[in-house]
Design a binder for this molecule. Structure first.
Ligand SMILES: Cc1cc2nc3c(=O)[nH]c(=O)nc-3n(C[C@H](O)[C@H](O)[C@H](O)COP(=O)(O)O)c2cc1C
Length: 174
């Protein structure tokens, strides 16, 4: 049994949902799992045998708090078996849904001084009714360019939960 810490950086909650699915899968394999917001992560690292961090993308970027956390805790992160996953809508496309083909993972590899043992990419959720006016217009425009849904009331969860569970199993083997 391992003590696994899963930290998430989310705005609308999908990265947290994925973290919770990872938790359920790992707990079913008898691991002891703590899921927390990245902001609370520093205090929890000392109790972990392995760490998984997940972060979503907004307007092409991870939030700065992600890299602040990594820089602050780099030494500790490097001593633990570790995984990182990104959540974004570009990953809904079959040719952009792996760590090698997703542009944000390439970006992560360049920007992060911590290189985790395992990487994952998951498509997120599109939820126009939850967005503010301007965000909604911008995302609809991006979806129009990339041939996605543009109906103002569209809600589409692209996350492949089977892939999430497979990732949990690979994390268990770290
Ligand atoms: C304002 C806004 C900007 C976004 N920008 C991007 C983007 O640049 N690239 C992308 O692939 N997905 C983008 N997304 C999609 C999110 O990454 C996706 O909805 C994800 O599920 C959000 O995860 P979260 O709920 O954990 O924050 C954006 C979503 C919103 C609301």
């Amino acid at each position: 049994m391992k003590r696994v810490l899963i930290l998430y950086s989310t705005v609308d909650g999908q990265t947290r949902h994925i973290a919770e699915r990872l938790q359920a899968r790992l707990e079913a394999q008898e691991h002891q799992v703590t899921v927390a917001d990245l902001a609370r992560g520093g205090a929890l690292l000392a109790e972990a045998d392995a760490v998984i961090i997940g972060a979503s993308i907004r307007y092409g970027k991870f939030r700065p708090a992600l890299f602040d956390f990594i820089r602050r805790h780099q030494g500790h992160l490097e001593r633990l078996p570790s995984a990182f996953f990104s959540v974004n809508l570009v990953a809904r496309k079959a040719n952009k849904n792996t760590p090698d083909t997703n542009p944000y993972m390439t970006k992560f590899a360049k920007l992060s001084p911590w290189q985790p043992n395992l990487l994952g990419v998951f498509a997120g959720k599109l939820d126009y009714p939850a967005y503010g006016f301007w965000d909604k217009q911008v995302i609809r425009f991006i979806m129009w360019i990339t041939k996605g849904p543009t109906a103002p009331d569209a809600v589409v969860e692209y996350t492949d939960w089977g892939q999430v569970e497979l990732f949990a199993d690979r994390c268990a083997d770290l």
